[in-house]
Design a binder for this molecule. Structure first.
Ligand code: NAI
Ligand code: 13P
Length: 330
């Protein structure tokens, strides 16, 4: 299969490397200097410095040429750039299916990625989302990983999942686009909270409680928006929540760890140098929860720390001092 990966950040590059063994993969980046540097060093030094790019992986900064003959386009831009990326594809007369990797809600509109795509892609274009617990570095290193590919078009999700699947990358097909997208977006907010929890040395018990109550919040929002509970407790929900709340490769978790050290958001984002979607998702989740009357206390606490300058100690105290209720009174 001819696959074009649009965007050479950490995740787009990692997936391109992982698929280059079995498909003709072209990795397109908008920055010509980055492409030239990757061609010369066979390495994406800024985003994935310790991994070599396989010889079979094509690199391009020519958008039209990279799309010629494509049978699948994989969009790896952050959620904030999804609309712009889809418009670029439509202007280039996209003639194949497209899947995106971003995990978030569109800033300002609070739309899920598929809701943005529905407004832009011509009717009949097959599309889907690929998500699940997957640190880019581990996928690039060929370590075993399992993902979910969700699409309303069952034949597209099954064909595509089968094509992407290999011995180190298990890909399961799903029809629950909403459940997969909500799980991926909101777990990033929980990972920030888990980073705060660990940064303040609140212990393993506290982190387990936070993750479990975090999953309850994710599920309440996911069900309200039309997702399925099985999806929310599966790879792209609970699975990704476990990974990002506990794994130090998570950028969102690192945001929380640095908040616990007293750093400001500006300092943290500058130090990170990569996207941390939870920082933006916290705003959209906060407004969606209010609009839809969904109880999401952990997400709200993260929002107040990020945007109202509430000290992390006060955030923790406010969560611990909530009135006790029935565990399953959700
Ligand atoms: N890194 C990871 O382990 C994983 C990341 N993701 C998701 O994938 C998405 C991308 O993440 P990463 O690749 O890790 O981010 P990154 O920070 O490593 O790279 C971001 C990439 O997006 C590009 N970009 C930024 N603004 C853009 C715009 N306006 N138009 C086009 N491209 C733009 C940058 O040039 C860069 O290539 C995020 O939504 C993230 O949550 C999902 C699974 C794993
Ligand atoms: O989504 C991810 C792993 O599944 C990556 O998480 P971070 O964006 O927090 O690094």
């Amino acid at each position: 299969m001819n696959i074009t990966v649009m965007g050479a950040g950490a995740w787009g590059t990692a997936l391109a490397i992982s698929l280059a063994g079995q498909h003709r993969v072209t990795l397109w980046a908008r920055d010509a200097a980055q492409v030239a540097a990757m061609r010369a060093s066979r390495c994406n030094v800024r985003y994935l410095p310790d991994v070599l790019l396989p010889d079979s992986l094509q690199l391009s900064d020519d958008f039209a040429a990279s799309l010629a003959g494509a049978e699948l386009v994989i969009l790896s831009a952050p959620t904030a750039a999804l609309r712009e990326s889809l418009l670029r594809l439509v202007r280039a007369d996209l003639a194949c299916g497209v899947i995106w990797l971003c995990k978030g809600f569109e800033p300002e509109t609070s739309l899920l990625p598929h809701q943005v795509a529905e407004k832009i892609l011509p009717p009949g274009t097959p599309y889907g989302v690929l998500s699940g617990p997957s640190f880019a570095l581990e996928v690039a290193q060929g370590l075993p990983t399992a993902l979910v590919l969700a699409s309303d078009d069952e034949s597209f999700s099954q064909r595509t999942a089968q094509a992407l699947h290999h011995s180190r990358l298990r890909v399961y097909a799903s029809r629950d686009v909403v459940g997969v997208e909500v799980g991926g977006a909101v777990k990033n907010v929980m990972a920030i909270a888990a980073g705060v929890c660990d940064g303040m040395r609140l212990g393993n018990n506290a982190r387990a409680a936070l993750m479990t109550r975090g999953l309850a919040e994710i599920s309440r929002l996911g069900l309200k928006l039309g997702g399925c509970s099985e999806t929310l407790s599966g790879l792209s929900g609970a699975g990704d929540l476990i990974l990002t709340c506990t794994g130090d490769l998570s950028r969102n978790r690192r945001v929380g760890l640095m908040l616990a050290q007293g750093k400001t958001l500006d300092e943290i984002l500058q130090q990170l140098g990569h996207v941390a979607e939870g920082v933006y998702a916290a705003r959209e989740v906060y407004s969606l929860a209010a609009r839809l009357s969904v109880d999401m206390p952990i997400s709200a606490a993260v929002y107040h720390v990020l945007y109202d300058h509430v000290p992390v100690a006060q955030m923790v105290a406010s969560l611990l001092n909530r009135t006790a209720s029935l565990e399953f009174s959700q």
